[in-house]
Ligand binder design. Sequence first.
Ligand code: ADP
Ligand code: MG
Length: 235
Amino acid sequence: MEITTNDIEIYFGENQILKGIDINISNKQFIGIIGPNGSGKSTLLKCIYRILKPSSGIVKIDSKSIHELTMKETAKKMGVVAQHNYHNFDFSVQDMVLMGRTPHKRALERDNEEDYKIMYNALEKVGMIDFAKRNFNSLSGGEQQRIILARALAQETESLILDEPTNHLDIKYQLQLLDIVKSLNIEVVSAIHDLNIAAMYCDKIYVMKNGKIVAYGTPQEVLTEKLIKDVYEVD
Ligand code: ADP
Ligand code: MG
């Protein structure tokens, strides 16, 4: 599948936050988005997963505007792990993950054996199988993040949209989770804070600064001392 953005612009009041963004996610690549805090990474991803509507420009999935897709169709195409905290879901962990199955079901259809199998499998993958019966609200930030990723895995989507998905995790779990994501062999786009992680996992990296893409290429091409110091304004 292919996700493209075409000349995306977005304003919040007078402030232009995204300026002519063109990106392409295809060929089962793991695409990273890096850049300083406030450069617009989350805003761009929100345009892709339809939380925000750009002021102008278009987001397409397989050459079709995302706004022509129903929410259910969108949910079959992309799984999302957003950046903000999730602490206000009064559901058990297993019910949170089972929600990932919704796009594959008819309205009011109950979870079947297959759904439970997929749910347990997803919890196993993120190392949270022992937490299945816990209340989601009782988990730490990092644990919640792993459950949200499990939900995205249970969704069995064609792509994943991740916004700093491993920020609250120990290195071990950061690597473990990204290994899982990588092994899915689907299109992935992820905002990434840690440049070492970006170097390890990304096929291509977009570098953002002040709402623009200022560089694009392989980690080797992009993660040069000069470019990084320039983008992060290190003297
Ligand atoms: P990043 O994810 O790269 O840290 P964001 O996309 O979250 O950056 O934010 C980019 C800029 O947009 C920031 O200056 C932020 O304050 C601003 N911004 C984000 N969301 C809103 C909003 N809902 N209203 C107004 N400004 C916003
Ligand atoms: Mg962000």
